[in-house]
Structure formats: C-alpha cells, structure tokens
Design a protein around this ligand. Structure first.
Ligand SMILES: NC(=O)c1ccc[n+]([C@@H]2O[C@H](COP(=O)([O-])OP(=O)(O)OC[C@H]3O[C@@H](n4cnc5c(N)ncnc54)[C@H](OP(=O)(O)O)[C@@H]3O)[C@@H](O)[C@H]2O)c1
Length: 274
C-alpha cells in the first residue's frame, strides 16, 4: 500500500460522487488507510447504502451529504456539513463528473451548463473553499479526477473533453504553486472505466467503448490513491492508457484529433437503428 500520512482524528476526506463508480472505489482506498470520510452525491438511498457498506467494512466514520454540486447551494451544503462535523478537510477528492456526447451544435444547452457546473465549477469552488485551511495546516491535499480525454480535443464530446482539459491544467498549475508546501495535489486521468458513466451518457454502443481497453474502478482507484500518496502529479492508470497518453503527447494534433474523431463518432444502438 502507498505510504499514507498518519491519520489525524480531527480530519475528514471529502469525496464528491462517492456513492458509486470510481468515487466509491476511492472511498474504499481512503477508508482502508484509516481516513474518516464525507461522501457527497445527489441520490440519498444509494449514498446511504454505500456509506453503510463502508462502515461495515472499515473502522472509520463515514459522513454523507446529499447535495447537487451543480448548484452553489449544494456546494454551501458541503462546507456547512464540514463545519457542523467539527472536522477539517485533510483531503478533497473532486471526483463527481458527468459526460456529454454528440454533435456540439445539437447539445442541450441546459445539459452543457450542468456538466460545466459540475466538472469545472464545483471542482474549482470546493478547492477554493478548502485549500486555504490545508495551506494553513501545511497538511493534506487535493486529488482531482480528470480523464485521458483531458489530454486531447474530443470531437463529438467536445465540451466534456474540454472540461477535463481544464481539470488537468488547473491541477498541474496548483501543484506548481504549492510545490514548496507539504500538500499533495494530483490529477488522475483514467481511460475507459467500467462504471455506469457511459451508459448515462448514452454512448455504450460507440466505437471507443468497444475498442479501447477498459479498467475496473477498484484498480483505477488503487493506482490513483497510490500515485496521490506518492506525490505524483498526473496519474494515468493502466499501461495501455499510459501508452495512449504518450502517443497523444508526442504525435501532432493533425493526426491525434482525426483519430479521436473516428473513435468518438456517434454510433446508434440497436434500438435507435430499428
Ligand atoms: N467511467 C469512465 O470511463 C471515466 C473515464 C475517465 C474519467 N472519468 C471521470 O471519473 C469521474 C467519476 O466517474 P464514474 O465513472 O465513477 O461515474 P458514475 O459511476 O456515473 O458516478 C458518478 C458519481 O457522481 C455523482 N454525481 C453525479 N452528478 C452529481 C451532482 N450534480 N452532484 C453531486 N454528485 C453527483 C453520482 O451520484 P448521484 O447521481 O446520486 O449524484 C455518482 O456518485 C467523473 O469525473 C468522470 O468524468 C470516468
């Protein structure tokens, strides 16, 4: 297991989107290392069920906050819950995120706005709220969940890929700002992960889902947690994904973007074809 700082009993690790998928897997990693948790999601039954399962499996306190992080009120609720608990945030894991697929010109404006509110604004706002306390204590850090898609423009998922490019950029910049502190600031950039994410985006029949390697969320979380605790800045789980990331870095956009376009081209499912 990665070396984890001795746990501070007056601290909590906040994980957005901690009720399922990669967020829940990350919650297991932090709980296993002895960190008290505060999980945030909108759907209360799923959130409570996941929190209870974690309490049964690990000797840690698990707080929950039912909040929609696309709203300022939702972000206020997280901050209020931290204050009410009397704990301070040692680690903030900005994991909650949604995707948006299809031609940009046909995207629903409300969905685009909600995606950017969650993927960009919630991550930015929560980090801005909790980072000063971490700096004052010179302890803790921020783990952001971006995507391999944050390393390349993504035709037919243009705004989603751009939102993840923001996450990569802001994290690397923050890490450089805080280089002289003891804080950890990392970004995880997974490839395709087997969660409900792509089903929710309505892309489970698209070419990239079929041809790109996919990973189990527990493995992704394990690699992300270990990388974070070791102070790695950009963490790409999976050897094939690391090869893809290298190709994206080395090859010109004139090659990489058309290939990405081919992979992300929309492909109707059987029901849509009928
Ligand atoms: N799956 C992949 O292939 C993949 C690849 C690369 C990167 N990622 C990134 O990894 C992160 C997690 O993805 P995942 O695959 O684990 O997704 P997921 O299985 O769909 O889980 C998403 C989590 O976020 C929560 N959430 C969604 N909207 C929210 C909102 N408005 N306010 C608060 N919580 C919200 C969900 O709970 P509620 O719905 O109850 O709110 C759930 O807990 C995302 O940032 C995603 O972009 C995923």
């Amino acid at each position: 297991m990665a070396e984890s700082p001795t746990t501070d009993p007056s601290s909590v690790t906040v994980i957005t989107g901690g009720s399922e998928g990669i967020g829940l897997s990350l919650a297991r990693q932090f709980a296993e290392a002895g960190h008290a948790l505060m999980l945030v999601a909108r759907t209360e039954p799923a959130l409570q069920a996941s929190a209870e399962a974690l309490r049964q499996a690990y000797p840690v306190t698990v707080h929950t906050v039912v909040a929609d992080l696309t709203t300022e009120a939702g972000r206020d609720a997280v901050e209020a819950a931290v204050h009410a608990s009397g704990l301070h945030v040692e680690f903030l894991v900005n994991n909650a995120g949604v995707g948006n697929a299809g031609p940009f010109a046909e995207a629903d404006p409300g969905e685009l706005e909600r995606m950017l509110q969650l993927n960009v604004m919630a991550l930015t706002d929560l980090t801005r709220r909790f980072l000063p306390g971490m700096i004052a204590r010179d302890r803790g850090g921020v783990l952001n969940v971006a995507s391999l898609g944050g390393l390349v423009p993504g035709p037919f998922q243009a705004a989603y890929y751009a939102s993840k490019a923001y996450v990569v950029s802001v994290t690397e910049a923050l890490a450089a700002e805080l280089a002289r502190t003891n804080l950890r600031v990392s970004v995880a950039a997974p490839g395709v992960v087997r969660t409900q994410f792509h089903v929710r985006m309505g892309v489970k029949h698209d070419i990239y889902i079929k041809v790109l390697p996919s990973m189990d969320p527990d493995r992704v979380a394990q690699v992300a947690f270990q990388g974070f605790m070791r102070g790695r800045r950009v963490i790409v789980p999976g050897i094939l994904n690391r090869a893809n990331a290298l190709a994206i870095k080395l090859l010109p956009h004139a090659i990489v973007v058309p290939v990405t376009r081919l992979l992300l081209r929309r492909r109707p499912g059987p029901a849509e074809r009928a």
